[in-house]
Design a protein around this ligand. Structure first.
Ligand code: GLV
Ligand code: MN
Ligand code: MN
Length: 428
């Protein structure tokens, strides 16, 4: 293939060829699942281990040296071409864990785009004044354990050791799951990357929303990421015989949950700055058709584009849930697992992404992210920026998640050009 100009727009055919290469890898990664027929790859599952093997092999085939850190983040490193002993590192990537019954793109695109950007840089004979390390995180979604972003938090030295005690639905603690996966939790501090040697963090991701499609634009530069708080909560009532306990003597945990879920929805609807509040998972105990539910365990996820509306909503939901529980003779307990403030992206890296998008002959669109991303944790230590690729119908966390090969190809090329742009800024 002839070397591609770093400043000319791609033809649709060129974008498609690059996008098809990415799609081939995305399809293969999507076949690595814990549930045949669905894409299910939660943190530290057997499929996660197989995904590390597969993606690690792709990295090694392209000349990268691979390691897996103490929280199962796969790292693929390409050393700098110029003064490698003292060169800084550019971090690139996203996550390879998925939600339940996921699409193929969320997270995986950012890792695969990074791998293909390295392949492009090699093919074009470019020389870099920094190492590039591609990070494939394992705990972005927070589906198996209530700890989203824990693997990227380890990289920034903000891992909370109490997370090791949280348990999945089968009662396995995160610490136990790490040990069974072959990870050494006593080495989590060593997973931290010193910010002094880091150029920044670049993450390509599908938009997971409708704005780029509405604007008819394939790519957009992210300005900030909505803050998010995640909780688990429980309601304890009294389990009893569905045939003998009269309605007015029941302490039914599930009907209490129903009232709380409607309160969560109402508070979400009344909020500002894109406030959203979700009860996403409910476990009913003991879970028998002929037994009044004695206990529920559920999740609560609250986000907004500014911190104040999110914090006010949390206080309101807690207050109202306690009143509902009191009135129904239930015990309500709320546990906060994650609290990440609204996170602006680095302006210099946003500008670098914008230059690359502009060089492709595209209008530069700026947009905020309502979804959470590893970039939120990475921004605690490093300049961090994200580029979004248009999502069909804005659909995500759904097997229908889709972006066209042309859009994916443009995303890979924009990432490649951004890496080269940063290299040029450092004097290559
Ligand atoms: C991750 O996808 C999140 O925003 O929950
Ligand atoms: Mn994601
Ligand atoms: Mn996701």
């Amino acid at each position: 293939m002839p070397a591609r100009s770093a400043s000319a727009p791609l033809t649709a055919a060129e974008a498609r060829v690059l996008g098809d290469r990415a799609q081939t890898l995305l399809d293969e990664l999507a076949s690595v699942t814990d549930t045949p027929g669905q894409v299910n790859r939660t943190y530290l599952s057997p499929a996660h281990a197989r995904a590390i093997d597969l993606v690690g092999a792709w990295m090694r085939e392209r000349g990268m040296a691979t390691t897996v850190d103490a929280v199962a983040t796969l790292r693929g490193r390409r050393e700098a071409d110029i003064t490698p002993e003292t060169a800084p590192t550019l971090l690139v990537g996203s996550h390879i864990d998925t939600v339940i019954d996921a699409g193929k793109l969320d997270g995986c695109l950012g890792v695969i785009a990074g791998i293909l950007a390295i392949e492009e840089i090699e093919a074009r004979g470019e020389r870099l004044p920094f190492a590039v390390e591609i990070l494939a995180f394992g705990d972005e979604e927070g589906v198996r354990f209530p700890t989203a972003l824990s693997s990227s938090s380890a990289v920034t030295g903000t891992y909370r050791r109490e997370w090791l005690e949280v348990r999945d639905r089968k009662g396995v603690s995160l610490g136990e799951a790490l040990a069974a996966f072959g990870c050494d939790a006593s080495a989590i501090e060593a997973a931290r990357i010193d910010p002094a040697g880091v150029v920044g963090w670049l993450e390509i991701h599908i938009e997971q929303g409708p704005l780029l499609e509405h604007w008819n634009m394939p790519l957009g530069v992210v300005t900030s990421i909505a803050g998010q708080s995640r909780f688990t909560f429980s309601l304890d009532g009294v389990a009893g015989h569905a045939g003998t306990v009269p309605m007015d003597l029941r302490h039914d945990a599930l009907t209490g949950l129903a009232e709380i879920a409607l309160t969560v929805e109402r508070v979400g609807r009344q909020g500002t700055n894109g406030l959203v509040a979700t009860v996403g998972r409910v476990d009913v105990k003991p879970g028998a058709g002929n037994t009044v539910p004695g206990r529920i365990e559920a999740t609560l996820d609250i986000r907004a584009g500014a911190d104040a509306p999110r914090l006010v909503a949390i206080d309101r939901i807690r207050y109202e849930a306690e009143r509902i529980a009191d009135r129904r003779g239930l015990r309500f307990e709320l546990t906060r697992h994650i609290d990440v403030p609204t996170c602006p992206m680095d302006e210099a890296l946003q500008a670098a992404f914008a230059r690359s998008v502009g060089s492709l002959g595209l209008d530069v669109r700026l947009l905020p992210s309502g979804a959470g991303h590893d970039a939120m944790a990475m921004a605690r230590s490093f300049p961090a920026a994200m580029l979004f690729v248009r999502s069909k119908d804005g659909i995500s966390h759904n097997p229908k998640e889709w972006s066209s090969p042309e859009d994916i190809g443009l995303g890979v090329e924009a990432l490649t050009r951004t890496i080269l742009d940063l290299a040029k800024g450092r004097g290559t």
